[in-house]
Ligand binder design. Sequence first.
Ligand code: AMP
Length: 492
Amino acid sequence: MNLFAVLDQTAARHGDRGAVYLGTRQVLTWRELRDRALRLAASLRAAHPAGTRVAVASENRPEIVELMFAAWAAECVVVPINYKLHELEIAQILDDAGAATVFASPKIAERLVGVAPVPVDVIADDAYAARLSSAPLAPPRETDPASLAWLFYTSGTTGRSKGAMLSHRNLMAMTVSHLADFDDPDENCSLVHGAPMSHGSGLYIAPYVLRGARQVVPASAAFEPDEFLDLCESHPGCSSFLAPTMVARLVATGRSRPANLRTVVYGGGPMYVDSLKKAMAAFGPIFVQLYGQGEAPMTITGLRRDDHEGADDAVLGSVGYPRSGVDVAVVGADGEPAAVGVIGEIVCRGDVVMSGYWNNAEATAATVRNGWLRTGDMGSFDERGYLTLRDRSKDVVISGGSNVYPREVEEVLITHPGVEEACVVGEPDEEWGEVVVAFVVGSADERELDAHLIERIARFKRPKRYEFVDELPKNSYGKVLRRALRDRLAHR
Ligand code: AMP
């Protein structure tokens, strides 16, 4: 099984229909996309054997779609690289992956001159055009489904970035689960790439191509809320994967739901209940939540569209229930399943789980045991089977021997009208071990927030201190960098 088959089949059924769009402009039909991918694949195979790692470092561009399918047709491995990383971080990934080449947009290629340890192929330059004049490769028919398709580098928040090895089978399991649980697109639908294609939005290309849904890349190559909403007026049946912070930016436009916006899958970081309710009030029942990680891409638990309707706060604040084809459990320190309501580490098993980390047997042994992926996330199941995430173990603040889960405090802070964003971390303290500190963006003052919290959560969970800031540090996927906030406190 090779993921190229999803394009092959769609090109056969819908050859003349639009496949790839830049903004509102059609760039390629399905037949053209298939043809270009096979020509690029031939140029890759002329120089490299199967299994070669081919990196892609680019802001969102239409060519990313053809490069993914080209690499798969050539039985090579895509190494998607977050283009917002520092050049030295990109170089480190290229080196670790042993990539043969990196396809970079002109903007990124410029930054990589003299730094990249491998040749840089500039997307859409003359050499790229020359590759497209190669005779097309025959589509692969005998690919082992266990062979690597996607080498996905983790954000490295806990140290050096590691490459999660994902096979054709892993991505097909993700695809099937997405179509079973979350969305039911067809050839009259569209996937709008709001989030970076080096991450979740790129992974979602497979299910939408399988169903013949258009691939729409915003002309700005970025996430501009108004542009995004305009595109969802112009293209039919739009779905998109967005980070929770992007959803909040859509809400902040004050606009109502574009007629053609059907599904927004949010996840990859916490969505606070209050923010979710505001989003549902603004746009209606279009939201789907996923909880996943690079090691089990987009697919551990989730909440479907219908699960959101009329749901209580416990459900809205949860990450839902296990996805189709995935076993999920919460285990204690002894590795045994924890009882309902008891917090432990979340583990999962299924065809979607990576085989391990690239060239890192030690990290693999610590993370995948007997087929179970240890997510490093803490959580608990309730009696109805909903899983609630309780922050990563390293983010829990232990103050005077009591555990304080930052998310719990943040959920309450965010309900105050004078708070736009909040992030809670622990600061080392001689007396308490750690004390709770809240970083807050907004107009509320300390006295108001304290009064707000005292009515809603236990006293020991209240921040000992507030830091009022203009913005929270975030990575390029919009995730708040707790470590940066902890460092800020430590360097005082
Ligand atoms: P990444 O591998 O970069 O996609 O990061 C995965 C991590 O993001 C997970 O291990 C969780 O800690 C967090 N995460 C993913 N989805 C959610 C979600 N729906 N709610 C809260 N945190 C999430």
